[in-house]
Write a protein that binds this ligand. Structure first.
Ligand code: OAD
Length: 235
């Protein structure tokens, strides 16, 4: 029986055509996060923030999951069939894990295809453009909807559930993340504190690579299916 904690980052969706943030030419090389991904930026210029997330939502709706997402969905069912389990935690706001068949995904940075009303707190599915004039379906007020994502300066979602899942795991795997945004970047240290083995899968060793027991280099679309096959073989 095996219990795995898998943390994914933008690299797992790179081969689906969704940009990463910090690679050369990445999203934060083209756009200033302080003007687009903070509560202050939204308060100062909601139209600019909506335009950025509307573009990302359009890109997401025309993207498809890749082999890495598919392999992680098989990992969950394969481990469950063997009496183990997978806690799949993603920093990504896309829904590609779900579209590949993962039934349970912990979106610690929220979800692009959902909106949240700053007036009444209602969360709702959101596949269309959000505008300042868009009215909340629950309270009817306009000008209060925002993407249901976590911005810089805000608390990631479900940190207690994450800590519990890390404590229960026997292997921590970080896939396609640069390890530069906390608290996610610190999960490897937490895992080590719990005495869990740690593995990184990335195109190239991340800034955090020295913290891991094992590093596997390669594109997620190849390296993740190979890793999953190993995990499920002979167990
Ligand atoms: P980054 O852009 O910081 O890192 C992406 C990582 O993926 C890098 O280490 C790349 O080497 C790796 N990578 C790129 N292509 C890959 C591929 N095909 N296969 C495997 N790995 C590949 O993205 P994150 O670490 O996810 O938060 O960023 C963390 C957070 O910073 C995001 O959730 C977002 C961002 O600002 C917020 O917006 C709050």
């Amino acid at each position: 029986m095996r219990r795995l904690f898998v943390l994914t980052g933008a690299g797992v969706s790179a081969e689906s055509g969704l940009g990463t943030f910090r690679d050369p030419g990445g999203i934060w090389a083209k756009f200033d996060p302080m003007k687009l991904a903070t509560p202050e930026a939204f308060a100062a210029d909601p139209d600019r923030v909506h335009a950025f997330y509307n573009l990302r939502r359009r890109n997401l709706l025309s993207a498809a999951p890749n082999a890495a997402h598919g392999a992680l969905a098989s990992l969950a069912t394969g481990l469950a069939a063997r009496g183990g389990g997978l806690f799949l935690c993603t920093q990504n706001i896309d829904d590609l894990h779900e579209r590949a068949g993962s039934a349970q995904v912990h979106h610690m940075h929220g979800e692009l295809l959902r909106s949240r009303c700053l007036g009444c707190g209602a969360r709702a599915p959101c596949r269309d453009e959000l505008k300042t004039a868009t009215a909340c379906g629950a309270c009817g007020r306009a000008g209060r909807l925002r993407p249901d994502v976590v911005w810089f300066g805000e608390m990631p979602l479900g940190l207690e559930a994450i800590e519990t899942a890390l404590a229960e795991a026997d292997l921590f795997v970080a896939i396609g993340t640069s390890g530069s945004v906390y608290p996610a970047a610190g999960f490897v240290e937490t895992a080590r504190g719990f005495g869990i083995r740690t593995c990184e899968i990335n195109l190239a060793p991340s800034d955090n690579a020295a913290m891991f027991d094992e590093c596997r280099c390669g594109p997620a679309g190849e390296a993740v299916p190979a890793f999953v096959a190993e995990m499920l073989d002979g167990r």
